[in-house]
Design a protein around this ligand. Structure first.
Ligand code: NI
Length: 148
């Protein structure tokens, strides 16, 4: 992290009112931290868009474990993409449904392809990929980690 800089921002009073209300609802006690989080979210979004960018993240899956062949297909896919999987956690939510969270790390495009394959399986009722970067990588320009 760099040193703290103070900046002045001109903003429409109505817009600021909405922003303050929203950040209050989200538990921010200080406007600066709310602004900083918005900026970081934009940076992470921009940084994780390039197909080649190294990303970390999580894939959350909700599924019915009675769905025919589903647990086997989920295991198969995780072995197929094992290089991307850092760890997995499973919770049995009730008699039928399971929640599984996979922590992933790899190239953005591969992580997305993996998430799409998992979420697209029949019996997965909801799924979401969240992509991010390590704190130290935030805002850094893309590095070429290997030569072509
Ligand atoms: Ni389960």
């Amino acid at each position: 992290m760099g040193k703290l800089e103070r900046i002045g921002v001109s903003i429409d009073s109505e817009l600021l009112k909405h922003f303050d209300r929203l950040s209050g609802e989200r538990g921010y006690t200080n406007r600066s931290e709310a602004f900083r989080d918005l900026i970081r979210d934009q940076l992470v979004g921009q940084q994780t868009t390039a197909p080649n960018a190294m990303v970390v993240g999580s894939i959350t899956l909700i599924y019915d474990h009675h769905a025919s062949g589903l647990p086997e297909k989920l295991t198969e896919l995780q072995h197929e993409f094992h290089a991307l999987v850092v760890s997995t956690t499973h919770a049995h939510l009730d008699h039928d449904s399971c929640l599984e969270v996979l922590i992933v790390r790899g190239r953005g495009a591969e992580v997305e392809r993996f998430a799409d394959r998992l979420i697209g399986l029949k019996g997965v009722v909801h799924g979401k990929l969240v992509k991010s970067v390590a704190a130290g990588e935030l805002g850094k320009p893309k590095k070429h980690t290997h030569k072509h």
